[in-house]
Design a protein around this ligand. Structure first.
Ligand code: UT7
Length: 335
C-alpha cells in the first residue's frame, strides 16, 4: 500500500454472469481438428460459455454481474462514484462503460473502459484503489468482462479451444487504513513481445482519389501459445515474489492463489515454482475456459459464494496476457 495513502480499500461484494450457451470440447472437435482428450490434457478446459445471438454484447454480461453484486449488499446504483470496465471486447471503441452506467442507472458515476486484456481486472482494481486511497471517490464498481468469442479465429485450433465469455464485478469502498484489504501490488509491461498475443488493427487504402487515407478494421486473435506459456510460467512467480517481498509476507502465508484462468498447466506450474500447494489454487477454468478480464472476478465470486474463502485469508491475485502485461495484487479477505 502507498505509504502516503490517506484511506484504505475494502471489498463490499462480488458478482458474476456467464451466458447460458455452452460449447463443449466435443462440439469444438466438430469445428476444428481436435479432441476432448487433447484439450483437457493440455489445458484443463472441458467447456466454455458463449454469448450467442446478434444483439447481445459485453454490456449485457457486465450489467448482470454488477446488478448481482449490488443486490447482495442492497446498494443503490446511485451510490457508485466510478465504474471501471476492464474489457478488450467493447461494443464501442469509444468505450462501453458509459452504456453499463446507463443500464445500471448509476447516474452519479464517472465511467471508463480500461483495456489490458487478461491483466485488465488486476490493473482496474489497482487503479480503483488509488482513487479510494487518495480520497477522490468513496464507492467504485470494477468490472472485468469479455466476449472474445466474437474475435476468435474459429479455424485456429491453437487458440479457439481456450476462450470463453463472461463477466465479474466487485464493489470497493474507501475505509480506515486499519481495515484496508488491498495490501499491495506489483505491475509490469513488456511491449517488445506484443505480437505473441494480439487482436490487431489492419489497414486498407481508401479508394477515393482525393483521400490519401488508410482505414482499418480489427481482425481476429492471433497467438503464439508456446511463447505465452513460457512467459507466464517464468514471469508470474517473479511478480508474486516481488509483491510479497514488498509487503513482508512469506509464501507460506498465502491462503489462496487466484491466477488468471488461462491453462491448468500454467496455474499448477506457477504454484509449484512458488512451492505453494496446488490445493491452494482457485480454479474454475474447466467450466468457463479463459474469459480474459472476467476470469479473476468470476473465480473470486464463485469462491466467495461457495464459502471457500474465510475471513483474514491472504489471496494472491495475478493477471497476465496480451501486451504483454502482468501483475499481482495481494488482498486480505475481511468478510
Ligand atoms: O490469457 C493468455 C492467453 N493465452 C494463453 O494462455 C496461451 C498459453 N499457452 C497454452 O495454453 C498452450 O501453449 C496451448 C494450449 C495453446 C497449446 O499447448 P502446447 O502444449 O503448447 O501445444 P503446442 O502448441 O506445442 O502444440 C503441440 C502439438 C502440435 O502438433 P505437432 O506440431 O507436434 O504435430 C500442434 O499442432 O499439438 C497440436 N495442437 C493441437 N492438437 C489438437 C495444437 N492445438 C491443438 C488442438 N488439438 N486444439
Amino acid at each position: 500500500m502507498n505509504l502516503l495513502a490517506m484511506q484504505g480499500t475494502k471489498i463490499l461484494a462480488t458478482g458474476s454472469a456467464v451466458p447460458d450457451s455452452t460449447l463443449s470440447n466435443n462440439q469444438i472437435s466438430k469445428i476444428v481438428q481436435t479432441s476432448d482428450e487433447w484439450i483437457v490434457t493440455r489445458t484443463g478446459i472441458k467447456e466454455r460459455r458463449l454469448l450467442i445471438g446478434n444483439n447481445k454484447s459485453v454490456i449485457d454480461l457486465a450489467t448482470e454481474a454488477s446488478l448481482q453484486a449490488l443486490s447482495k449488499i442492497s446498494m443503490d446504483a446511485l451510490e457508485i462514484d466510478l465504474i471501471i470496465l476492464a474489457t478488450s471486447s467493447p461494443n464501442d471503441l469509444f468505450g462501453s462503460a458509459s452504456q453499463v452506467q446507463a443500464k445500471l442507472k448509476a447516474l452519479n458515476a464517472v465511467a471508463f473502459d480500461l483495456t489490458a486484456a487478461c491483466s485488465g481486472f488486476v490493473l482496474s482494481i489497482v487503479t480503483a484503489s488509488q482513487f479510494l486511497q487518495n480520497g477522490s471517490y468513496k464507492t467504485i464498481l470494477v468490472i472485468g468482462a469479455d466476449v472474445l468469442s466474437k474475435w476468435i479465429n474459429w479455424s485456429d485450433r491453437g487458440s479457439c479451444i481456450l476462450f470463453g465469455d463472461g463477466a465479474g464485478a466487485i464493489i470497493l469502498q474507501s475505509c480506515s487504513i486499519k481495515d484496508n484489504q488491498i495490501l499491495g501490488f506489483q505491475l509490469n509491461t513488456n511491449g517488445k513481445y506484443h505480437e505473441h498475443l494480439s487482436l490487431s488493427y489492419k489497414e486498407y487504402k481508401n479508394p477515393h482519389p482525393l483521400l490519401n487515407l488508410y482505414q482499418g478494421y480489427f481482425d481476429s486473435i492471433t497467438m503464439n501459445g508456446k511463447e505465452i506459456y513460457k512467459f507466464a510460467v517464468s514471469q508470474v512467480p517473479l511478480s508474486i515474489l516481488k509483491c510479497l517481498d514488498s509487503l513482508n509476507i512469506t509464501v507460506d502465508e498465502i491462503d489462496w492463489l487466484l491466477l488468471h484462468q488461462a491453462n491448468k498447466r500454467i496455474l499448477t506450474a506457477v504454484a509449484e515454482k512458488l512451492s505453494v500447494s496446488t490445493d491452494k489454487i482457485l480454479m474454475n477454468l474447466n467450466k468457463y475456459g479463459n474469459t480474459s478480464a472476467a476470469s479473476i472476478p468470476l473465480v473470486l465470486d464463485e469462491s466467495v459464494t461457495y464459502g471457500k474463502i474465510s475471513k483474514n485469508d491472504i489471496i494472491v491475485i495475478s493477471g497476465f496476457g496480451a501486451g504483454l502485461t502482468w501483475g499481482t495484487v495481494v488482498i486480505k479477505w475481511k468478510y
